[in-house]
Design a binder for this molecule. Structure first.
Ligand SMILES: CC(C)(COP(=O)(O)OP(=O)(O)OC[C@H]1O[C@@H](n2cnc3c(N)ncnc32)[C@H](O)[C@@H]1OP(=O)(O)O)[C@@H](O)C(=O)NCCC(=O)NCCS
Length: 191
């Protein structure tokens, strides 16, 4: 995805940085506090998936995949106390069109204030500045309205529903595809 992804991305009031090996406990705490909201949509939000050991393995694996240029994952942290507030990433699915995909989740008590919308705007513009990237996709289940609201708010275009195997408990057999081919730029104030 990126030859040398930035360690940290600019975002007002929040730290958006790549995970470090010692983030596993904070990540586990955030995910466990959000289990009810994550479980329907994230296949990894299970008892086994949310142990510190599993999350330490996730950090190690994604760090290796970043070094290989396949993806880059960032955590959101509260600058006041280091609490993990969520996560997001750019994933290269190997498609021939030059599209990359953004995935995300928030700690439940960090929702409802536009944090993920602002984060996805930053990640989208980072991705569109990379060599060979012609578009950024957000893919979410056909019924995941909170997730779809993020790309909609940022002016992504809904390109349609595609069939796919469900992986998480609330998944249907179709996902929405949202696409943006130009940078989001500065966001106008939230109404
Ligand atoms: C998807 C998810 C990250 C969306 O969280 P969210 O809080 O709705 O998203 P944001 O942080 O962008 O906040 C948007 C909300 O804040 C409000 N808001 C307040 N200030 C805002 C601002 N400055 N800018 C944008 N929105 C703002 C918006 O109106 C919106 O609230 P509403 O839905 O009641 O209208 C969250 O629901 C989640 O983690 N779900 C579980 C995991 C998941 O489904 N991930 C996606 C898989 S594809």
């Amino acid at each position: 995805v990126h030859p040398r992804p930035p360690e940290r991305l600019p975002l007002d009031g929040v730290i958006l940085r790549r995970y470090r090996a010692d983030d596993a406990p904070a990540l586990a705490t955030a995910c466990r506090a959000s289990r009810a909201e994550l479980e329907p949509w994230m296949a990894w939000a299970t008892d086994e998936g949310l142990t510190e050991a599993a999350l330490a393995a996730f950090i190690a694996e994604t760090t290796a995949r970043t070094a290989a240029g396949h993806e880059v994952v960032y955590g959101l942290f509260d600058p006041a106390d280091g609490t993990c507030l969520g996560g997001c990433g750019l994933h290269h699915r190997g498609d021939a069109q030059g599209h990359v995909e953004i995935g995300y989740w928030l700690r439940s008590d960090a929702t409802g204030r536009g944090l993920m919308t602002r984060t996805v705007a930053v990640l989208c513009d980072l991705a569109l500045g990379l060599d060979g990237v012609t578009g950024v996709e957000v893919r979410c289940d056909a019924t995941n309205t909170s997730s779809a609201a993020v790309p909609r708010r940022l002016g992504f275009t809904f390109t349609g529903l595609v069939a796919r195997e469900p992986t998480a408990p609330a998944d249907t057999d179709h996902e929405m595809v949202w696409l943006r081919t130009g940078p989001v730029g500065a966001l106008s104030p939230h109404p």
